[in-house]
Design a protein around this ligand. Structure first.
Ligand SMILES: Nc1ncnc2c1ncn2[C@@H]1O[C@H](COP(=O)(O)OP(=O)(O)O)[C@@H](O)[C@H]1O
Ligand SMILES: [Mg+2]
Length: 210
């Protein structure tokens, strides 16, 4: 599918700062008069919202891991087709909070379905619309957990060892993706100040827009 815009995704664990960085980047795009779309899955797409309700329904205790992975991929496709691709075809910059790499890291690696399996169903779902640029915000698992706990006012020690192990697997897989696709993925140490992180992200975006 031929598109003319620039497709940028933000990745990283919860607490890495994706929402905060997106906020700053969106302001930069506004200031520079760039036509952009800021979105996140399920992106307000009604079919994708319904699929997400099915995934998240507490009553659906029998849902199996691969079913969940397929549903996420299905929701991703609808959001892509209804919202992202039209914006790219209109020449916009698209900033999307999480995309295919989240599925590979969370479901493929941390949940243990297998990264190649999850990659292959996602390739089917997205066709050849891979992000032009992926900004990966990297923090040690403990840092992300701490930031989220502080934000939500929870005690950090409530998190058990298994929780930490899961988040470490997520991080390791993200790092592997960054290593294997250095052209697409820019890895940013996200333990520093938000201003510095946003600056590095903005520079990497500008260099792709030339
Ligand atoms: N670089 C940073 N330094 C310190 N705190 C941060 C940083 N980035 C984000 N935070 C804080 O961490 C929490 C989670 O940030 P958020 O942007 O929502 O992350 P994400 O969207 O990746 O889950 C928020 O309370 C935010 O203010
Ligand atoms: Mg967020």
């Amino acid at each position: 599918m031929k598109t003319t815009g620039l497709f940028i995704t933000l990745e990283g664990p919860d607490g890495a700062g994706k929402t905060s960085v997106l906020e700053i980047l969106a302001r930069r795009f506004e200031e520079s008069g760039t036509d952009f779309l800021r979105t996140r899955e399920p992106g307000g797409i009604r079919i994708s919202e319904k699929i997400r309700e099915i995934i998240l329904d507490n009553d659906h205790t029998e849902m199996e891991a691969r079913t969940e992975a397929l549903l996420y991929a299905a929701a991703r496709r609808q959001h892509l087709v209804e919202k992202i691709i039209p914006a790219l075809e209109a020449g916009k910059v698209v900033l999307c909070d999480r995309f295919i790499d989240s599925s590979i890291a969370y479901q493929g690696a941390a949940r243990g379905i297998g990264t190649e399996e999850v990659r292959s169903i996602n390739r089917f779902a997205i066709g050849n619309t891979m992000p032009d640029l992926t900004i990966l915000l990297d923090v040690p698992a403990e840092v992300g957990i701490l930031r989220i706990s502080e934000g939500r006012g929870h005690e950090v020690n409530r998190l058990d060892a298994e929780g930490l192990d899961f988040h470490k697997k997520v991080r390791d897989e993200y790092l592997k993706i960054a290593e294997s696709e250095p052209e697409r993925v820019i890895l940013i140490d996200a333990t520093g100040s938000l201003t510095d992180i946003a600056e590095v992200a903005w520079d990497s975006i500008k260099s792709r827009m030339k």
